[in-house]
Design a protein around this ligand. Structure first.
Ligand code: NI
Length: 137
């Protein structure tokens, strides 16, 4: 029997979406307001979902305290109040779209969660725009 547990988290971060190899006009057409040269912030809402068997001794899929601390260390401390383009190594040459941020978060958490557990992250960039990533190529 497999069960999915979910933990919510939150961080604020700034970004700018653009490609250096595109003209200003093309960047504005493709990325709209997110191309603003002076950056802008989003209130990101994150849901981390872990699926696996219930441990027969503890009754847990994963200890929520462990998951909470992991999200704090790997995501909130790492991304909260950062300029994603300037401050976060993964985005040096990667556009910090919601899709790519979800991928970065998934990779950081995946490395710290037991391999027999499945991991999915859901990232809201606005209340209406959100992405999910579960590690598929
Ligand atoms: Ni934006």
């Amino acid at each position: 029997m497999k069960v999915t547990v979910h933990r919510k988290a939150h961080f604020n971060a700034a970004h700018r979406l653009y490609r250096k190899d595109w003209s200003d006009e093309k960047n504005t057409v493709v990325f709209g307001k997110c191309n603003n040269p002076n950056y802008h912030g989003h209130n990101y809402e994150l849901i981390v979902s872990v699926t696996g068997p219930i441990d027969s001794e503890t009754g847990f899929v994963i200890d929520m305290k462990v998951l909470k601390d992991l999200i704090y260390e790997e995501v909130e401390e790492y991304l909260d109040h950062k300029n994603l383009n300037e401050d976060v190594a993964e985005f040096k040459d990667l556009n910090p779209t919601a899709e790519n941020i979800a991928g970065v978060i998934w990779n950081r958490l995946r490395a710290k969660i037991q391999q027999h557990l499945q991991l999915e992250v859901t990232l809201y960039e606005t209340p209406r725009n959100f992405v999910t990533y579960a590690g598929e190529e």
